[in-house]
Design a protein around this ligand. Structure first.
Ligand code: UD1
Ligand code: PEP
Length: 423
């Protein structure tokens, strides 16, 4: 039977939580383990549905992956396949990153298109064009991609837009290429830096991540390593928005403000006091928030699209109106109709959503439409009167280890319950 998340709103938050390892970091790192011979220990690896999907792919390829407390031990030495089934590919978007890694390791890869289209179309044309630039032959047939590369050759690859996934896929392929690859107009997200750090810990020569030009000197023999995954900045943003929504005084151990400055700036503008020390971030949100200036999502270091829904949820009861502009994905306002069921006032027109603060929110049965949209429903529920039941939480489980556990640690009344016929 599936589960629901039951949230009783109206409680001020007070407490502390340790931020989990970053989903968007660990997923490309798990693909990157295919390049290393020997044991990799990933410390602080979050236990997520998408991590389980990656483990299934690694095992399908013949590799060993098992949990040792909060570390995931991976050994890809025994890899014996270069193909991934359609069922496994569809489980998540990040399966696409296995393409560059398998190609670098085996010289061939056969797989289908990745899943994860809940935010609108998510093509991988930039990934494929970049791999072709490095010398891969890619045939697309009946929904499958057949890739061959007897030799990958390093060169400059210019991305039309700074795609996170394409940058990561090309970094992995370039590790197996002869000579130097430079990825221009690369994504600058902190998770790209984390991938670089992991690869270098395995003996690779990658530099420039965090800037628009990432350089990879290919052809090194990579070995295993022990590596700690960076903290999840979107989970941290979610909990900051939870405190902003409900009011409270919370501490997020391990959160790095440097990764989150556009989110903390918006929350400060809304009236929260946000301070950071070497151990984490504290947020103190006392009164009803103010609306903030336009929130325009953009590639890093701009406002993250992944934090758009949770910030919107935090501002539903603010004084005044806030304009959101979603510039990364075509269909990332699917949470809006659910928030409206709770009494929110939001008007959407194309890429713009205008949130006008209301006096009160009320409980309603609501359904997760996607990962961050689901988290946003929980953030809104913290400020709503009564018990809100959030269904389809499998979306939330893709990216949060245990959202209800963390919200409880912060003082919220949130529990997972079995779904009954009546919801
Ligand atoms: C696992 C992971 O790290 N996921 C993150 C990653 O997704 P992901 O890597 O899929 O996102 P991208 O940066 O690639 O996508 C950004 C934009 O580029 C477009 N595009 C992308 C690739 C391509 O070949 N062609 C193309 O047109 C996409 O449709 C989208 O409009 O970055 C997104 C943007 O910060 C985040 O929301 C996701 O949480
Ligand atoms: C969109 C997201 O992830 P993915 O790219 O894995 O779908 C997200 O983390 O918000």
């Amino acid at each position: 039977m599936s589960q629901l998340l039951s949230v009783r709103g109206g409680r001020r938050l007070e407490g502390e939580v340790t931020i989990q390892g970053a989903k968007n970091s660990v997923l490309p790192i798990l693909a990157a383990t295919l390049l290393a011979r020997g044991q990799v220990a990933l410390l602080g690896c979050p236990r997520l549905r998408d991590v389980d999907a990656s483990i299934r792919i690694l095992r399908h390829l013949g590799c060993d992956a098992h949990w040792e407390a909060d570390a995931l031990a991976v050994d890809t030495t025994a890899l014996r396949r270069c193909e991934i089934s359609d069922v496994l590919m569809r489980e998540m978007r990040s399966s696409a990153i296995f393409l560059g890694a398998i190609l670098a390791r085996c010289g061939q890869a056969d797989l289908s298109y990745p899943g994860g289209c809940e935010l609108g179309p998510r093509p991988i044309d930039l990934h494929l064009a970049g791999l072709r630039d490095l010398g891969a032959e890619i045939r697309e047939e009946g929904g499958f991609l057949h890739c061959r590369a007897d030799r990958l050759r390093g060169r400059e690859v210019v991305l039309r837009m700074p795609s996170v996934g394409a940058t990561e896929n090309l970094m992995l392929a370039a590790c197996g290429a002869e000579g130097v690859t430079v990825i221009s107009n690369a994504a600058r997200e902190p998770e790209v830096v984390d991938l670089q750090n992991f690869l270098n810990a395995c003996g690779a020569r990658v530099s420039g991540a965090g800037s628009s030009a990432v350089s990879i000197e290919g052809g090194q023999d990579l070995h295993g390593c022990t590596y700690r995954v960076m903290p999840d900045r979107i989970a941290a943003a979610t909990y900051l928005c939870a405190a902003a929504s409900a009011g409270g005084d919370i501490y997020l151990r391990g959160a790095e403000e440097g990764h989150l400055s556009t989110v903390t700036a918006a929350l400060r503008e809304a009236g929260c006091t946000v301070t950071a020390d070497s151990g984490g971030i504290r947020a103190l949100c006392r009164e009803r928030l103010r609306a903030v200036g336009p929130v325009q999502t953009a590639p890093y270091p701009g406002f993250p699209t992944d934090a758009q829904a949770v910030l919107m949820a935090a501002l539903l009861r603010s004084r005044g109106a806030t304009v959101f502009e979603e510039n990364i994905f075509e269909n990332r306002y699917r949470h809006v109709d659910e928030l409206i069921r709770m009494g929110a006032s939001i008007r959407v027109s194309g890429r713009v959503a205008v949130v006008t603060g209301v006096e009160r929110l009320h409980s309603a049965p609501v359904r997760c439409t996607d990962l961050r949209g689901g988290a946003a429903l929980c953030v809104a529920a913290l400020a709503a009167e009564g018990e809100t039941r959030v269904s389809q939480i499998c979306h939330i489980d893709r990216g949060y280890e245990d959202l209800a556990r963390d919200l409880r640690a912060l003082g919220a009344d949130a529990v997972r319950v079995e779904e009954t016929e009546n919801g």
